[in-house]
Design a protein. Sequence first.
Length: 396
Amino acid sequence: MLAHRTTLFKSSGTAAARVAAKAAAASGREIIDLTAGEIWSDLAPSVRDGAIAAINRNLNRYTDTVGLLELRQALACKISAETAQSWSVDEIAVTSGAKQALFNAAMALLTPGDEVLIPAPYWTTFPAQVVIAGGTPVFIETRNSNFVPRLMDLAAAVTSKTKAIVVNTPNNPTGTIYDRDTLAGIAQLAIDRNLWIIFDECYGAFAHEPHTHQSIVTVAPGARDRTLIVNSFSKSLALTGWRIGYLAGPAPVISAVKALQSHTTSNPNVIAQHALLHFLERGDPAFQQQLQRQLTGARALGLSILSTLTLVPRPAAQGGFYFYLDLTGLQRCANRRGRQLNSDDVVNALLLDAGVATVSGTAFGDPAGVRLSYGIDLELLDEGLRRLTAALNAWN
Ligand code: PLP
């Protein structure tokens, strides 16, 4: 017999899409996989060097539960530079990826029954973790406001039980970046209604011109004492498998997180911590520029191919590495012909008919969207998007 809580959430929808793509490929089909939440890239040289040096130094022991002091010092410098504010080591916990940072935040902040505002479409893990912590996700629809939450919708959803707002910018899956006014408005709402802000900026390294990413605590310094910043190196350094992320926030929260982490995973992997410390101390600008160039090129190529779609508007693609397609026009057209079409149908048909794997918006609470990753090899992206546009236009 399993615990009741296991009935409250499902395995990640994005992981399920990856599995479906692999299964189709295993059956002998040539599948172009646009489901990945990661960038195809070699390892950053500084990270490799730092890890090898740590192994050669025979480092094999536990570190401080929330990370090496030197790593937290280096992160304090990084966050201070990014936010234009001063941060100290007791305000930072190193975690096994941003996922653990978010989980720790949910476990440390939420009392069963608390509500958390989550703009939708949303990254699938946000509501799952709220539920695991005993909370209730409250979704704020953003489809009619260019995938940016309207302040009046957020304000109207606040109740006496509301504890926190999740702010994810650049956004997964929609690719939008929240502007300064939106961030300032959310911060003011949080101050007025005594809410926490969970600020996930995992894709902050990839803001595509003319868009820029800003920290909510820079825009609204007055909200800093109620904000938890979540970030990781998974996306910014194409390092998803190394599992290093961090949580930055008020010292009492970090202290609670430390106690929590001491009973769950303890410290993140010691070699990975040293590798990231090496990166932060030495820098790796050539690698970071190359990653940026890769995404800029892939985004431009993708947007040009997707501009040939007849019933689907140009995706925002302001930040991160996802194109999020709005299928409303396609669905209306199908409706007129007496056919219901949700994004699962579209994703299945794209896999079967075009051999292109994508993630259905239903994984993000949206039956009218499809997410495509452009972090993959350029030639594959080119071929995949051409197949996809041909298939979608043929349904018109
Ligand atoms: N936050 C967002 C918005 C993400 O999209 C992801 C991963 O896809 C994460 C957090 C988790 O990142 P990590 O791999 O560092 O745990």
